[in-house]
Design a protein around this ligand. Structure first.
Ligand code: ST9
Ligand code: FAD
Length: 630
């Protein structure tokens, strides 16, 4: 038995009992996958995840990839290669791949459910295997000639990378200095140094396609001056895929890092010894917008990875807490001869476990909710293709127009949710994994259990794909202010609709009131921050007040959405519990949903009151002191 424990029951609960994924299956864009097939796929992926994919997780941490500077190559651990091959052979990655290249269109909520299990079992397997998903970008944005490259990437299972970061351009991608110069044959030569590039070298595919941001000669500063180039490791025949000469995109170092060691993190030098030849994606200079299509996908992946690891950590801690006997029950602590009990009986351990459960299941609920919004966008896009034109009275919106309007709200809602999925999931998962380890006592600190590796592997999630600070700023400035509150309004309306649906249900009164109060607190925080932003007209330094609160707002909005979704799940659970014929395990599962919603409402959501007060009372005191004070 490997290290990984999935929670397929909860995944299926989200998909089929709460989010309505089942209703979208077997028709429209998802005609090829009905609900039964989806359940079969999930079960098969779980078997792989808990078995052969998880098998190499520990080994590749202790025996990480080896870099050979003489040949600029990397040897992957044998055990990892075995897991990787199992995943490639299973072909479930085709659900991430456009039908144009031989994939099957699947709802994103199903794809990310599968993703959760693979990412929880062995995250590097999913990451190395992103080539087919990257190929979608070429299909969508490439020229007709370039689209052939995407097909080769899928057919030959080439690897792929996203190449943004440079030594002096991390969060500030626009500071990148890597340059591109056009050649007479229409290709480009790339020159510069990139760092921290995931999957840039390995020995598991014959070729790797790098998606590189570089600045064409004469282009302007900042992100808007960057273009996106397709730069292969080996040159190749665009029709047959036959490999040609080695291209000048070289890995010159592989980092030694805290965790996630199976995933290679590479320094890359372009055009240093031989020219690094590439092609401008779509023959248009729109690099940052094009790259954000990859980034949005990758941010979803990172958020899913983060809570997948927390979920596994929580389930491991839960199992340990039921078997580890230590100390007497608190009610008998004065009695030295009282029987010793399993630690799950101690109130403080229960507090820790229930907080972990709340965040593990709550963050899953948030990610799958975002994914279900993506499902709706997929359906809307499909229906747009089938739209019946005109023939309506003045002022009457066609079904197509209505669908279009809704699609645009859904797109904005998805945009609003992404920093929550990425930023909140990574922060809370890391924080709570510390608590999972705590449940193990000193044993958790040993390599005998997976917790210490989970924590090391998880830390990266709040750093890459935009640090939490960047997610907080994205959430407030772009997803709320620039959006003029449209998506936030749509989300608030959904939360309010759940509150309204509670009606007279006394059993969820406490939870409903807590979520209602949290909604109002977050609304007040946003209002206060918009006030601070507006007051920059009088004093530009007031922008610091906003900057002091963007992460706080992001985490608070995350708690609100978690509280809301746990409540929504509790409503479903209550209905099930009121019915007949539940198995013992289902009864416990649904009762767990009520317990966790109540716990979160009583123990976490009230914290939003003090966070709102902090936001309202923010001044510039720490911006006014000198650096020497720190
Ligand atoms: C990394 C990788 O860390 C780690 C893991 C890799 C794992 C392997 C790969 C797996 C991925 C697989 C993907 C497959 C692909 C599948 C696709 C399927 C179809 N949303 O605000 P401005 C754009 S990689 C959308 O002025 P600044 C927008 O075009 C390294 N677009 O920014 C905008 O123009 P406009 C990750 C956005 O001040 C333009 O940018 N590094 C968004 O110039 C300029 O916007 C990072 O993530 C958005 N949220 O630059 C960097 N935001 O406004 C973090 C901006 O006209 N830093 N755009 O629309 C940032 O994000 C900064 O905020 C910044 C600031 C660079 C954007
Ligand atoms: P910096 O930008 O220097 O940030 C340092 C600190 O300052 C952070 O806490 C940050 O939040 C804060 N900060 C910076 N700017 C601001 C601001 N404006 N406001 C508030 N706080 C701010 N990159 C790729 O291109 N491709 C990859 O595949 C890839 N994979 C990676 C894999 C690993 C293991 C690692 C470690 C990194 C990877 N990265 C990759 C790079 C990653 O995306 C960057 O590390 C990340 O964007 C942060 O940049 P930085 O490390 O330069 O930190």
């Amino acid at each position: 038995m490997g290290h990984y424990k999935s929670n397929l029951r909860d995944i299926e609960f989200n998909l089929f009992e709460v989010l309505g994924t089942g209703d979208r299956l077997g028709k429209g864009p998802f005609a090829d996958i009905d609900a039964e097939t989806a359940r079969d796929i999930l079960a098969e992926v779980r078997t792989l995840a808990e078995g052969p994919l998880a098998d190499s997780y520990v080994d590749s941490d202790r025996n990480p990839p080896v870099f050979d500077p003489a040949t600029n190559s990397v040897m992957m651990p044998a055990a990892f290669k075995k897991s990787y091959k199992v995943w490639q052979d299973a072909e479930w990655w085709r659900l991430e791949c456009t039908p144009a290249y031989g994939g099957t269109l699947a709802p994103r909520s199903l794809v990310w459910s599968i993703g959760e299990m693979v990412l929880g079992a062995n995250p590097a397997v999913w990451m190395f295997n992103c080539g087919p998903a990257f190929a979608n970008i070429i299909h969508e944005l490439g020229t007709p000639e370039q689209q052939a490259i995407g097909q080769l990437m899928v057919d030959r299972l080439w690897g792929a990378t996203m190449v943004l970061t440079e030594p002096d351009a991390g969060s500030d991608v626009g500071a990148g200095r890597t340059k591109a110069s056009r050649q007479d044959d229409g290709s480009w030569h790339i020159e510069g140094v990139k760092r921290f590039i995931t999957s840039a070298e390995h020995d598991m595919s014959e070729n790797i396609i790098h998606y590189v941001l570089a600045r064409p000669e004469g282009a302007g500063p900042g992100t808007k001056g960057l273009s996106l180039f397709i730069v292969p490791k080996y040159d190749f025949d665009w029709q047959t895929g036959e490999l040609g000469t080695r291209n000048g995109a070289m890995v010159t170092n592989v980092e030694h890092k805290m965790g996630l060691k199976a995933s290679t993190t590479c320094e890359m030098r372009f055009g240093e010894t031989i020219p690094a030849k590439g092609w401008l994606l779509g023959e248009v200079h729109d690099g940052i917008a094009q790259m954000f299509k990859v980034i949005e996908h990758a941010r979803m992946m990172v958020g899913s990875k983060a809570y997948a690891e927390l979920s596994a950590g929580y389930l491991a801690a839960l199992e340990y807490a039921k078997t580890r006997i230590q100390s007497a029950d608190l009610t008998r602590s004065g009695d030295k001869s009282a029987p010793r009990v399993a630690i799950i009986n101690h109130p403080d351990v229960r507090r820790q476990l229930m907080t972990q459960k709340a965040y593990a299941e709550g963050l899953r609920a948030v990610a799958l909710y975002a994914a279900s919004v993506q499902d709706k966008i997929q359906v809307a896009e499909f229906e747009k293709g089938n739209e019946v034109p005109g023939g309506l009275a003045d002022g009457e919106a066609s079904a197509g127009e209505k669908a279009k309007r809704q699609a645009s709200v859904d797109e904005r809602l998805n945009d609003l949710l992404l920093p929550i999925v990425k930023g909140v999931s990574s922060e809370r998962s890391y924080e709570q994994l510390g608590q999972s380890l705590q449940v193990f006592g000193g044993s958790g600190y040993l390599q005998d259990y997976p917790l210490e590796q989970y924590i090391r592997d998880n830390k990266i999630d709040s750093l890459y794909e935009g640090t939490t600070a960047i997610q907080g700023q994205d959430f407030f400035f772009r997803k709320i202010v620039r959006d003029k509150g449209t998506a936030l309004g749509a989300l608030s309306a959904e939360i309010q609709a759940t509150l309204d649906s509670i009606g007279d249900e006394a059993r969820l009164k406490v939870e409903g009131e807590a979520v209602g109060k949290a909604l109002s607190e977050v609304g007040t925080m946003v209002g206060a921050m918009i006030g601070q932003l507006t007051s920059t007209q009088d004093d530009i330094r007031n922008i610091y007040k906003v900057g002091l609160n963007t992460t706080r707002l992001l985490l608070s909005a995350g708690d609100l959405v978690i509280g809301w979704l746990l409540l929504r799940q509790a409503l479903v659970a209550l209905e099930k519990l009121d019915g007949n014929g539940l198995s013992a395990s289902d009864k416990a599962f649904y009762e767990g949903k009520l317990a966790v919603a109540r716990f979160f409402a009583n123990n976490v959501l009230p914290e939003l009151v003090s966070r709102r007060k902090i936001v309202e009372g923010t001044d510039n005191a720490i911006m006014d002191v000198s650096e020497d004070v720190f």
